[in-house]
Design a protein around this ligand. Structure first.
Ligand SMILES: [Zn+2]
Length: 408
């Protein structure tokens, strides 16, 4: 009994010291114990997600994910500003394109060969499922007795927008020790699918609190949402147990999290010590927001397989764009022709430059990715089967507009 009391005391001290703690493993344990069907498929899905041999590897392309942020607040401080939410989106769009300015300083040269551009872009939804316009943000005042972690996705909180079309992020009053959690792709489409994050660990401004005011809690949790595990596996402290690995050969196996203050090379918690030591600056470890800065190539493989598999429905949602109101005229001027077509398509865009075009079939599989130099360029679709296809257009890495066409 004394031992338990001591452990409990250490746990409380840990919370007060403000270490990162992610609730994903606990939530997934609950999920699997309540959903035996998902549990039965768990290992097959894990094998698929970590495989480098399936079709997912051919879908390596920039994908735009529509986000809806549900703010549940008990007081003015928790009713975070649009600016705080937008600051979070900016962090995601840097971190998931390897454009974060701290990448070069935080990631040691020895680990840079493993650094990956995750090719994900996030934007606040501009369209609801019914086609009406939205800011991608909804808010609700809740009573001080409201239990955010238990009820955020229930009708007493704010119910998810179709989780097969949107990444739902709930922000609210998260109790210690949690900063947030996410559901792995095993839970794709469930009512709680998405992320829950404390209002003071979200974004980089407003109510965000040091040392978790770098927006990295959402980066970490979205890693889970796309299938990534902690580098110590799902149960921790099980070095040598291959079933309890994160499935990534390029993230050295460790037994426990790093909480920050580590200096490269650091072999603490390494299952097998090496010259480079632990990859504690990976987004899936527990260091503070200013100490984590990258995802690896093997983590990207999992994301790509997730995007081609359990989360493929996010590919065709067309639920957002980066266009500001005064850019809508530009988007309105973009036309795809001929439609329907038999042999080729062209895209005319007199007001905004389009230099990359992706074509997806109705199952969300990338059929073609082409660079476009002139708007008169013809994109050959002669060998496509008859059916509906979706086109996404880009200016550099910036998503511009989605369209569809019919191949006869
Ligand atoms: Zn986590």
């Amino acid at each position: 009994m004394k031992k338990y009391l001591l452990l409990f005391a250490i746990f409380i001290v840990a919370n007060i010291s403000g270490q990162r703690f992610c609730g994903t493993d606990e939530k997934m344990k609950d999920f699997f114990s309540n959903n035996p069907d998902a549990l039965a498929k768990k290992q097959d899905l894990r094998n698929y997600l970590t495989s480098k041999n399936n079709v997912g590897k051919n879908v390596q392309t920039v994908v735009t994910i529509p986000v809806v942020v549900h703010v549940l607040y008990k007081n003015a401080a928790q009713n975070i500003s649009d600016a705080q939410i937008e600051s979070q989106l900016a962090v995601l769009n840097a971190d998931f394109r390897k454009l974060n300015s701290d990448y070069n300083t935080i990631v040691p040269a020895a680990f840079k060969p493993f650094g990956a551009d995750m090719e994900l872009v996030f934007c606040l939804a501009t369209k609801k499922s019914d086609g009406s316009t939205t800011t991608g943000i909804e808010r609700k005042s809740v009573a001080s007795s409201f239990s955010f972690p238990n009820n955020y996705y229930q009708s007493s909180g704010l119910v998810a927008w179709d989780p097969t079309k949107y990444l739902n992020i709930w922000v609210g009053d998260m109790p210690n020790p949690y900063l947030g959690w996410a559901y792995l792709p095993d839970a794709a489409g469930y009512a709680f699918d998405g992320l829950a994050i404390g209002y003071n660990y979200f974004g980089t401004t407003g109510a965000a609190q040091y040392p978790y005011n770098g927006g990295r809690t959402a980066t970490h949790e979205i890693g889970h949402y796309f299938g990534l595990l902690h580098p110590w596996g799902e149960d921790g402290s099980l070095c040598g147990d291959l079933d309890n690995d994160d499935g990534c050969a390029d993230t050295p196996a460790i037994s426990d999290p790093h909480y920050g203050g580590n200096v490269f090379p650091d072999n603490s918690y390494m299952c097998v010590p090496t010259a480079n030591g632990a990859m504690f600056m990976n987004f899936m470890d527990y260091v503070t927001d200013t100490e984590m800065a990258f995802f690896t190539n093997d983590q990207k493989t999992i994301k790509t397989n997730t995007m081609a598999g359990p989360r493929a429905s996010l590919l065709n949602t067309n639920a957002c764009s980066f266009l500001a109101v005064n850019d809508l005229e530009k988007a309105g001027s973009i036309n795809l022709f001929p439609n329907p077509t038999t042999q080729y398509i062209s895209i005319a865009s007199p007001l905004v430059r389009i230099n990359e075009v992706e074509i997806f079939n109705s199952e969300g599989r990338l059929m073609k990715k082409v660079s476009v130099k002139n708007e008169t360029d013809k994109i050959d679709v002669n060998d496509f089967a008859a059916g509906v296809y979706y086109v996404r257009t880009y200016n550099g890495t910036e998503f511009i507009k989605s369209m569809k066409f019919i191949k006869k």
